[in-house]
Design a protein around this ligand. Structure first.
Ligand code: XMP
Length: 317
């Protein structure tokens, strides 16, 4: 029978055998999968593993600093790269969702290639691929998938010529979480909602600016913290906020305002393939709306997305 402990023992042994004294490089995303995969590889080969965590400027508020800190506490040898401006430059003026995804994927590869060049004698690329990725389901749009799809293209960046090591590619998400808990990875990483590789860029409809990112980070932070404070976070599979490309009229004091609209989204799902909108309590939604409008400059209206997948998708782009 499968248990996380036997999985860990046999996987660590197999990784030791396979990797030997070689060096491995691996990109971390802050998500469950890459964190668990890195921890397993680290158990097997220690500091022969170098991890790279890229700040693409599209993460949640404070996420880069907090997650980087957790990684360091876990003993991982991790390089944090501030590449915010490179991503904003590449995104400037882009409005088409796929164009945004492509730009982000391309810059990620450039940044990762730059970093992996700095590590001498790397032979392996670690990846957090899980079984559903292998059978091509939900995560086919993420940075790791970008890496995979580029395998067919000529002129590969150097790191892509590395052999791939994917210790989680037989596991489902709940098994990955179990393994992560057995490895004593902090609950803030293990229990975290899925978050798309292109991050807030696909939750800002239209073009991306740093100011829009800041606005959405504030809104998202209030909503996610609210879910946690009200004991709702773990009842939701994924949640977030979307910055809409429209303004609406409002009133503040005697003044007419003309400001942005944000949508809140919270869904239940098993694997992201289908999803139902969550019936969050009205009192909670009202509280979130007040807090957001009072505290986030430039937002005067909040709506709640009551669409399920299909026919809607979880993300708006
Ligand atoms: P949709 O919007 O297709 O999302 O219903 C299903 C799940 O996939 C995530 N998602 C992505 N993940 N890169 C990713 O790594 C992407 O480009 C991407 N697009 C959507 C989404 O957050 C949800 O969990």
């Amino acid at each position: 029978d499968w248990t996380s402990d036997t999985f860990i023992d046999s996987t660590v042994a197999a990784l030791k055998e396979k990797i030997g004294s070689d060096k491995v490089v691996m990109g971390l995303s802050g998500g469950v999968d890459s964190s668990v995969a890195a921890t397993l590889i680290h158990r097997a080969i220690g500091d022969q593993l170098t991890c790279v965590f890229v700040d693409n400027g599209l993460l949640r508020k404070n996420e880069f600093e907090e997650v980087l800190d957790s990684y360091k506490h876990m003993g991982l040898n991790v390089i944090g790269v501030d590449a915010k401006q490179r991503f904003y430059d590449a995104l400037a003026g882009l409005t088409d969702p796929e164009a945004k995804r492509k730009a982000i994927g391309r810059v990620f590869i450039e940044v990762f290639d730059d970093e992996s060049h700095k590590i001498e004698g790397v032979k392996w690329l670690g990846q957090g691929t899980i079984y559903p990725d292998v059978i091509e389901s939900v995560s086919v749009k993420g940075p790791s998938a970008t890496i995979k799809s580029h395998h067919n293209v000529g002129g590969l960046p150097d790191f892509m010529k590395l052999s791939v090591v994917e210790p989680l590619n037989t596991l489902f998400k709940d098994e990955v979480r179990e393994v992560g808990r057995a490895l004593e990875i902090v609950e803030t990483i293990i229990g975290r909602h899925p978050f798309p590789g292109p991050g807030l860029a696909i939750r800002i409809l239209g073009d991306i600016t740093e100011e829009k990112v800041k606005t959405l980070q504030e809104v998202d932070h209030i909503f996610i913290k609210g879910l946690k404070d009200h004991g709702l976070y773990d009842q939701v599979w994924q949640a977030g906020a979307i910055l809409l490309p429209i303004q609406s009229v409002g009133v503040m004091g005697d003044e007419r305002t003309y400001e942005r609209v944000v949508a809140l989204r919270a869904v239940g799902s098993v694997d992201g393939m289908t999803a139902d909108w969550i019936h969050l309590p009205y009192e909670f939604l009202g509280k979130m709306s007040n807090e957001i409008i009072n505290r986030v400059k430039g937002v005067n209206r909040v709506v709640y997305d009551i669409s399920s997948k299909p026919p809607a998708t979880i993300e708006w782009e």
